[in-house]
Design a protein. Sequence first.
Length: 382
Amino acid sequence: MSFDFDTPVPRQGTNSEKWDRYAGRDILPLWVADADFASPPEVIEALAERARHGVFGYPGTPPGLVEVFLETCRREWEWSVDPEWLVWLPGLVCGLSVTCRAVGEPGSGVAVQTPVYGPFLRVPGVMDRRVQTIPLQGDNDQGWRCDAEAFAAGLTPETRLFLLCHPHNPVGRSWTPAELESVAEQCLRRDVVICSDEIHAQLVLEPGRRHVPLATLSPEIAARTITLMAPSKAFNIAGLGCSVAVIPDAGLRARFQRARAGIVPHVNLMGLVAAEAAWRHGAPWLAAQIEYLRGNRDLLDAAVAGLPGVSMSRVEATYLAWLDVRKLNLENPGEYFESHGLGFSPGSDFGAQGHVRCNFACPRSTLQEAVVRLERAVRAAG
């Protein structure tokens, strides 16, 4: 089957957070992590068919959705998941919030590795927890590393929870089993629970590389792990809000359930429909999208390699590029690039000044125009 990722889908005037930010301005929106591609045809048809039914009452969790998620875990990651382990949620950030509420007590520590996806830095404080930042090792030029010694040094007796981003947003690493085992072992020694955000698990771009869920490494690690997953990034259905927490340990799962009770609503009906259709029928579309994203990544990587004062991390997974622009000596990189028609996410959102994040999940013509603007902006800064 062939799929068209080249033809732009107009998103102006469609209540798109991504595009509305720059409405009426000549700025390419390359910030928030949703793609500018239409979702798989089977997802669109499943939603249309459900809409034609015309009644939208409270839904339960469809048995077919559970079945296809378990099959996806077996097929893609050789992960045997018990259906009793599943807690369905209306969003992954919601899962982070519930986890912070369920683990530890007010004032206890939540470890995060920076730079990292913004809610990792914000959510613990909202839940009366204290963020403990542990810098990742390396940089865009040397490569980013999940280092056991540096990680262990950042943990304290107050640490009760570790929020792991895997694959990592924004540096684009798909962590290896050895790296995962090294940090998980430190958590096991200190009785620290791990919440592993694996929302980009199906967006590994490196040929021959496969995502390894943290909870598959050993029964001991699985018993201390809450894994958060969703079809939203892989199939571009984030606005429909359907995620799942996989929690093998019954006691930890009970704490999670208590923490969400009376606060977290049901997953919406259309989110459930879209998730099942995506996981059941979307594999050919996803494979084509990954191939297209590889081309976009390589285009952007080659362009950045020729720009003085800018470096880009190797994007092994996700469709997000992490650009180091510190050598350009920009007072406010986000605002500077906006003045040159580029709407990046500023590095400050991820705990790292002097960087920007670029979402390259867009038609190639859009990315080519972005490259032209980026080259122009770098020349102007020099």
